[in-house]
Design a protein around this ligand. Structure first.
Ligand code: MEV
Length: 437
């Protein structure tokens, strides 16, 4: 059957499924029931999900787990985490418990500035452009008044707008670089609407201004927010006397603290390690970002750009020992929202928000940063002590058992057995062979 199709998006859901399964699957009936098995029996709820994106056929489940005992700025939180990696929630919970008895996490928002840019080309005298911009700046900003009214009432709005000459990079390339505050919204729609409004006004004013000047042209290329937000920053930290840092009886606090600092030093200087180190941080960050309906691609892009802000990719976290006290901290750019987007639409996002006590955007930034730091601490703790595979494979045991079709009784026996034995695919297969009931 032909795998190309015209007008797919115009078909009904049933027609789409029919075509997809006929054209792409060996057994269309099985493929179709795999899709319908994941529909929600409540058709209103299913419709809601269908309408999030185009061409929805079914739902794709991810587990939502919780990590309790997070003490952040003296408040206790249970974190909702959406993630498929088996060891992440357990690691978060362990780190939270460890720090709960050592003062907990401290977190502070350093700033909440977001950025948007209008990229345009201009051929003409640069001084002329500067005086045109200065003359019309107020009018350009005022053109957004209807869009900004509510945002201003909530304490947000445009904070600054600058003309930037980038013609050393690309001939005739200039920008209007705008800084925004968006209160509790992530703000993408507000920022992009303001930018498009100013861009239209800019072209209109430029046409009038430059029409008499032969050859002088100003043309907007595009207007869009930036996901690079180095001024939308939150810092989370933990500290405790080195003597109280011991993670187990085999590891005195002094030895452990020194190894943790060494591990972070390596990530600061060695990009291969830094990427994995930061990936561990993002295990905690993304799980919460997804659970709270925020845009994890935007967060990922912004965080990794920030990790290379000084010209080389480095660790996002820092650790040091000063006067016998161990310090670990994490600074992240996090443009998060607690209103708008999916927050009112997705029932599980609402549930997650309620679990967190319906935080405002700044509080959510602090919680997410603490989750990232907890995850980083947990990963390094395993890496510098037992190694990562022991805990990781323990958590992965159920996945391996399920893949091998183990019965409930076999699973229970295996969990007991592997408490004292190393988990590997081979060892689990052998165990199932020896315990085949
Ligand atoms: C695995 O998802 C994350 C780690 O690799 C992080 C790290 O190495 O720091 C364990």
């Amino acid at each position: 059957m032909d795998k190309r199709i015209e007008g797919f998006s115009k078909l009904t859901k049933a027609e789409k499924i029919d075509w997809i399964t006929q054209a792409h699957f060996k057994n269309p009936t099985t493929a179709e029931s795999q899709l319908s098995d994941y529909w929600n029996s409540d058709s209103d709820l299913q419709n809601k999900h269908d309408e999030f994106i185009e061409n929805t056929l079914t739902n794709f489940y991810m587990p939502l787990g919780v990590a309790p005992n997070f003490l952040i700025n003296g408040e206790s939180y249970t974190l909702p985490m959406v993630i498929e990696e088996s060891s992440v929630v357990a690691a978060a919970g362990n780190a939270a418990k460890f720090w709960q008895t050592r003062g907990g996490f401290k977190a502070e928002v350093l700033d909440t500035i977001k950025v948007g840019q209008i990229h345009f080309s201009y051929s003409g005298d640069v001084q002329l452009l500067h005086s045109f911009f200065n003359k019309n700046k107020t009018q350009l900003l005022e053109s957004t008044a209807p869009l900004s009214k509510n945002m201003k009432a909530r304490g947000g709005g445009i904070q600054s707008m600058e003309l930037v000459d980038k013609s050393d990079l690309i001939p005739d390339y200039f920008q209007l670089h705008l800084r925004f505050k968006t209160a509790d919204a992530m703000g993408a729609n507000y920022i992009n609407s303001c930018l498009e409004c100013i861009a239209t006004e800019l072209e209109k004013l430029a046409q009038n201004e430059f029409k008499a000047n032969d050859g002088v042209q100003l043309e907007v290329v595009m207007s869009i927010l930036s996901n690079y937000v180095p001024e939308c920053l939150v810092r989370a930290s933990v500290k405790c006397p080195v003597s109280k840092l011991s993670p187990s009886k085999d590891w005195p606090g002094e030895t452990f603290a020194k190894k943790m600092v060494q591990a972070v030093e390596i990530a600061k200087r060695e990009p291969y390690r830094a990427v994995t180190h930061n990936k561990g941080i993002m295990n905690g960050v993304d799980a919460l970002v997804v659970a709270t309906g925020n845009d994890f691609r935007a967060i990922e892009a912004g965080v990794h750009a920030y990790a290379s802000k000084d010209g080389h990719y480095t660790s996002l976290s820092n650790a040091y020992i000063k006067e016998e006290v161990f310090y670990m901290e994490l600074t992240l750019p996090l443009a998060l929202g607690t209103v708008g987007g999916l927050t009112k639409l997705h029932p599980m996002v609402q549930w997650s928000m309620e679990l967190l006590g319906n935080p405002d955007a700044k509080t959510l930034m602090k919680i997410v940063a603490a989750a990232g730091l907890a995850q980083n601490f947990a990963a390094l703790r395993s890496l510098v002590t037992s190694g990562i595979q022991k805990g990781h494979m323990q958590m992965h045991l159920l996945n391996i058992l399920n893949q091998m079709g183990a019965t409930q009784i076999q699973k229970e026996k295996a969990i007991t057995h592997f408490k004292n034995h190393t988990v590997s695919v081979k060892a689990v297969a052998q165990f199932l062979q020896n315990n085949n009931s």
